[in-house]
Design a protein around this ligand. Structure first.
Ligand code: ASP
Length: 292
């Protein structure tokens, strides 16, 4: 049984096959590919986009969706994660989509269930479908010519599962990554990095801005988000008339990650990412349910 725990579970060819299906699914037409299938979503951490994106994707393919409401589930009565999963599994879903605040939780659970498990984000570890939709957005924008494109990733890289998954995928597809962050948000890595945002943006074809992961910080390592914004918020004077595209996985902290003005700039593809997210998740569900 194959699971999607991280981008490393997919070969480059499989990623391209997912993009091909996602491109077809951009027509937004309902399909019957997963008619009669049942998909369970269980999110132990908040989500605006990812949960609704997966559920829309499942329904657009004709599947039924069972959403486990964690607040009302027995997890809040002390049931272990393993027992919750074993009980869900006993209902024989065709896939389980899980988000958890602990890195590694989906990997552990995948050994105890009998259907594909799709990781919708685990702690600081991985968010594979986010990275797929980010790369797909870049791929579509540059009409497949992505090798050698320069991407600057800005923000709380150290605590970001989105950055982690993107670093794996973007590197494999030949993009040149530069990391930009204050020292306390910079991970140990052998990638190019700088603390000088202006310099990094000058060379970039793509900017990926990230939210500060306050919920994952054990202690406060910076003075205030306002100080962070003074140096790292993407505003008009930083990008002026530069030919560049801007990505952000959401939720955007306005005027901290990206200024109001740049939120309305046509180079900002945040809503395009959301649109692409549904198509990518349709392609992922199709692959992991029908090809498993
Ligand atoms: N929505 C993304 C995630 O779940 C990014 C974020 O929350 O900042 O990781």
């Amino acid at each position: 049984m194959r699971h999607l725990i991280s981008t490393k579970n997919l070969s480059n060819q499989e990623v391209l096959d997912i993009f091909k299906d996602a491109k077809d699914f951009l027509d937004k037409k309902p399909r019957t590919l997963l008619e009669g299938k049942s998909i369970t979503t269980i999110f132990f951490e908040n989500s605006t986009r990812t949960l609704s994106s997966f559920e829309s994707a499942a329904r657009r393919l004709g599947a039924r969706v069972l959403r486990l409401d964690v607040a009302r589930s027995s997890s809040s009565k002390g049931e272990t994660l393993y027992d919750t999963a074993a009980n869900l599994d006993a209902m024989s879903p065709n896939a389980i989509i899980i988000r958890h605040s602990h890195s590694g939780a989906p990997q552990i659970l995948s050994h105890h269930i009998h259907c594909p498990l799709i990781n919708a984000g685990d702690g600081k570890h991985a968010h594979p479908t986010q990275a797929l939709l980010d790369l797909f957005t870049i791929y579509e924008h540059f009409k497949g010519e992505i090798k050698g494109k320069k991407i600057t990733i800005i923000g709380d890289i150290k605590s970001s599962r989105v950055a982690n998954s993107n670093i794996d995928l973007l590197t494999r597809f030949g993009l040149e990554i530069t990391l930009v962050a204050p020292p306390h948000f910079m991970p140990n890595s052998n990638l190019n990095y700088t603390y000088d945002i202006k310099k990094a943006i000058e060379k970039a074809d793509i900017i990926m801005s990230l939210r500060t992961q306050v919920e994952r910080h054990e202690k406060i390592v910076y003075a205030s988000l306002k100080d962070y914004a003074n140096d790292f918020c993407i505003n008009s004077s930083l990008i002026n008339d530069k030919k560049v595209i801007l990505l952000h996985p959401g939720p955007v902290n306005r005027n901290i990650d990206i200024s109001d003005e740049v939120m309305n700039d046509p180079r900002n593809l945040v809503l395009k990412q959301v649109e692409h997210g549904v198509a990518i998740r349709m392609a992922v569900l199709k692959k992991f349910i029908l090809e498993n």
